[in-house]
Design a protein around this ligand. Structure first.
Ligand code: HAM
Length: 411
C-alpha cells in the first residue's frame, strides 16, 4: 500500500548500497523455473518441496514452479553462464519475490520478498562471518536493534552420516513419543526432528545426541573459526544445537537471525549457511559456497512494530494551479519545463476551481503555487503565490523558473 512504500524503498535502498559496498553484483533469475531444479537443489524431503511449492504443467508437458527460494536458481545461472571462470569467489545478490504455499499468518506469506546473497567458490570461514556482518550492517542502517544470530554446524558428508545414524537410533526406540509429522520425518530427514515446535518433540530433542560433539576435524575447525570471527566483530550469537534449517543442501555452518524475545515464534528475519555440495549436485565442479537470504516482509513488519520512523519523501516545492481550458493546455507544457529544470512540481490538472486546487497545494505543504488563468495566458504572465504569507506577485511567464528558483534560495 502507498503508506508502506516508504519502508520498502528504504529497506531496498539500504540493501543495494551495502551489497555494492561488500562487493556483490546483482543478478536476477526468472520467477518460473523447472520444478526439478528445486526438487534436486532444495531437496525432495523438505517442507518446501513436499508441501509448499506452487507447480504447474505447461501445455508442452514441462513441470515448472514458482521459485520457493533463490539459491538453486542462482547456482543454475552461475553454471549456465560460465561464472565459474570468473575470479573466485563470485559474490552475487538479488532481490525479488518467492512463493511458498504456507498457512498465511503474520510474518508468513504465500508471496514474500527476499534479498538473497551468495558467495561462490571459496570455503574460507571468514566468508560465513562476513555474510552475518553484512546482515548486521543492514539492520543497523535500518535502526533495528536487539537481534541475535542463532548458529550451529551440521557437519559435512563425512561426519553427518555418522551423526545421522546415532540420531536415528536414539529416536527409533522413542518413536511413539514423537508427533506424527516427526514419525514420518524420521526416515528421510531425521535432523528436522531437532527443530520441531511440538513440545513433546522438543523435550526429546534435549536428550538427543548433539552434532557438535560429532563434527570431523575439518568441520570443527571451520566452525571454531567462524565463531572467532564473530567474536572479533563483536556480533551477538547463540549456539543453537537444534538449528538444522529446512533445506537439504547445507553443510557446516547454518544460521538464522531472530529478534530477541521471539525465539519461540520461529520468526527468523534471515537465514543462511554453507552449501559446499550443491553446485556439484547440479552438475558443476566441486565448488564451495555460502549464502544468506533476508525476509524483507518481516524486516518491514518489525520496523513498523518497533515504530521506526523513516523520513518522508521530499515534498514537492511548487504546485501548479490552472484555470480555464487555455491555461490547462498551457500548463501541461509548463509542468514539463518546470520538472526538467529540476523543480519538484505537483498539480491536479483535472480539478477546476481555484479553491480546490489551492487546498490540495496546502495539503502537500508546498512553498509556492503558480497560478495560470485565462488573463495570464493572454498576457504571457503567471502569478507566484507564497503559500505561507499568501502574498501574490505577477511575473513574466518566460522568467518563471528563474524567479521561482530565486525565491526558493531565500529562506
Ligand atoms: P529460508 O530460511 O527458507 O532460507 O528463508 C530466508 C528468509 O526468508 C527467512 O528467514 C524469512 O525471513 C524469509 N521467508 C521465508 N519464507 C517466508 C514466508 N512465507 N513469508 C515471509 N518471509 C519468509 C532460504 O530461502 C535460503 N535460500 C537462504 C540461503 C541463501 N541459504 C544459502 N543461501
Amino acid at each position: 500500500m502507498p503508506e508502506e512504500q516508504l519502508y520498502w524503498e528504504k529497506v531496498k535502498q539500504v540493501i543495494k548500497n551495502l551489497a555494492r559496498a561488500y562487493g556483490f553484483e546483482r543478478l536476477d533469475t526468472p520467477i518460473l523455473e523447472a520444478a526439478d531444479l528445486f526438487v534436486k537443489g532444495t531437496g525432495l524431503y523438505t517442507d518446501i518441496i513436499e508441501k509448499e511449492m506452487y507447480s504447474l504443467k505447461t501445455k508442452g508437458g514441462d513441470w515448472l514452479s514458482l521459485r520457493p527460494e533463490f539459491t538453486p536458481a542462482v547456482m543454475r545461472a552461475y553454471l549456465e553462464n560460465g561464472l565459474s571462470s570468473w575470479p573466485q569467489p563470485v559474490k552475487l545478490y538479488t532481490i525479488g519475490p518467492i512463493f511458498r504455499y504456507e498457512r498465511p499468518q503474520k510474518g508468513r506469506y504465500r508471496q514474500s520478498e527476499q534479498a538473497n546473497f551468495e558467495i561462490i567458490g571459496q570455503q574460507d570461514p571468514v566468508l560465513d562471518a562476513q555474510l552475518i556482518q553484512l546482515f548486521f550492517s543492514i539492520s543497523k542502517e535500518l535502526s533495528l536493534k536487539n537481534l541475535t544470530v542463532q548458529i550451529n554446524s551440521i557437519g559435512c558428508s563425512n561426519c553427518r552420516p555418522i551423526y545421522r545414524k546415532k540420531l536415528v537410533s536414539f529416536y527409533k526406540s522413542r518413536k511413539k513419543q514423537l508427533c506424527l509429522n516427526c514419525q514420518k520425518r524420521l526416515q528421510h530427514n531425521p535432523l528436522r526432528l531437532l527443530d520441531c515446535q511440538e513440545s513433546k518433540c522438543q523435550r526429546l530433542a534435549q536428550e538427543a545426541p548433539q552434532i557438535i560433539d560429532q563434527l570431523c576435524d575439518d568441520c570443527h575447525n571451520h566452525f571454531k573459526n567462524v565463531l572467532e570471527f564473530l567474536d572479533e566483530l563483536a556480533l551477538p550469537y547463540i549456539l543453537n544445537p537444534y538449528l538444522v534449517r529446512g533445506l537439504d543442501y547445507y553443510t557446516k555452518t547454518v544460521f538464522e537471525i531472530w529478534p530477541e524475545g521471539e525465539e519461540g515464534r520461529q520468526i527468523s528475519l534471515a537465514g543462511g549457511g554453507r552449501y559446499d555440495n550443491l553446485i556439484k549436485l547440479l552438475g558443476g565442479k566441486n565448488t564451495p559456497a555460502v549464502g544468506l537470504a533476508i525476509g524483507l516482509d518481516r524486516i518491514v513488519d518489525l520496523m513498523k512494530v518497533r515504530d521506526i520512523k523513516i523520513s518522508p519523501r521530499a515534498h514537492p516545492v511548487i504546485f501548479l494551479v490552472q484555470l480555464g481550458d487555455l491555461a490547462k493546455k498551457k500548463s501541461l507544457k509548463l509542468f514539463e519545463e518546470l520538472r526538467k529544470s529540476g523543480l519538484e512540481v505537483a498539480s491536479s490538472f483535472s480539478r477546476d476551481t481555484i479553491k480546490a486546487q489551492l487546498k490540495t497545494a496546502d495539503k502537500l505543504k508546498v512553498r509556492f503555487s503558480l497560478i495560470l488563468g485565462q488573463k495570464e495566458v493572454l498576457d504571457e504572465t503567471i502569478i507566484i503565490r507564497n503559500m505561507v504569507s499568501g502574498i501574490q506577485e505577477t511575473v513574466p511567464l518566460v522568467k518563471v523558473i528563474k524567479e521561482i528558483k530565486k525565491r526558493l534560495r531565500s529562506k
